[in-house]
Ligand binder design. Structure first.
Ligand SMILES: O=C(O)CCC(=O)C(=O)O
Length: 238
């Protein structure tokens, strides 16, 4: 480190330093760009079978969930992606054993037939996101424990999320891909360009935020959903 760097740091409180050679930077960039898990043909085959149509890829995430960290309140992915017509589908791969202790995925079976629900404020002491959907007591989310390498595929309307990782020594890491059905014509602005599974980009329309949403009511003593609400959304899926 040159004296001038130290002087600048002391004087201005910051400094930009040439720490890594360009060759190493190129290697790191290429390493991360070559992680093409999102477009893996094995996922493509499962997605095509489950959707009955070719998938387009729109987002990949590495979810890092260290011991003691919060979960993600239950939600529906298509609230964010706004795929039309049709919906999105997620591929969620466990990178290690997941169970209730380290905050495995939770799903509400059958909720993929529900409309997009109106959202409510989430409890941010247990969720890193601040938006959730209310659930009646008769339709709780159930845990989906998984082994590393197993992939949970789920419909964009399925209510899902996770609880905190309550362990002191176990991570819960996952790779997540979001896809849309090939007959979809539009998706929210944050998810462009969509990619065909061979990696080539394609142009779709941008779907606007907002629209009708479902609110819980009661019909004949059982919970029912009425399309009485309206929502707006202007953020990407986290
Ligand atoms: O991995 C989790 O805990 C939640 C992930 C999730 O809800 C999602 O990707 O939509």
């Amino acid at each position: 480190m040159s004296d001038s760097c130290k002087e600048m740091f002391d004087r201005d409180g910051y400094v930009v330093a040439p720490v890594f050679p360009i060759g190493e930077v190129d290697a790191l960039r290429e390493h991360f760009m070559s992680l093409r898990w999102l477009l893996d043909p094995r996922l493509g085959a499962w997605l095509a079978r489950l959707l009955g149509a070719e998938p387009y890829a729109v987002q990949s995430m590495l979810y890092f969930k260290p011991p003691g960290s919060r979960g993600q309140a239950v939600h529906q992915d298509n609230f964010y992606l706004r795929v039309e017509p049709g919906t999105c589908i997620a591929a969620w791969m466990a990178l290690e054993r997941t169970d209730e202790d380290n905050g495995c995925m939770m799903v509400v079976p059958g909720s993929h037939r529900w409309p997009i629900l109106c959202t409510a404020k989430a409890d941010t002491t247990v969720s890193f996101t601040d938006v959730t959907v209310p659930l009646p007591a008769s339709r709780p989310a159930v845990p989906v424990p998984m082994n590393p390498g197993e992939v949970l595929f789920f419909n964009g309307s399925l209510v899902h999320g996770s609880r905190p990782n309550t362990t002191t020594d176990r991570f819960r890491r996952a790779l997540i891909g979001h896809y849309i059905e090939a007959d979809a014509r539009q998706v929210a602005a944050y998810y462009h360009p969509a990619l065909r599974m061979d990696g080539t980009p394609l142009t779709l329309d941008v779907s606007e935020g907002g629209g009708a949403c479902g609110e819980w009511t009661e019909a004949g003593g059982v919970p029912a959903i009425a399309m009485s609400g309206r929502h707006t959304v202007s953020r990407r899926h986290e």
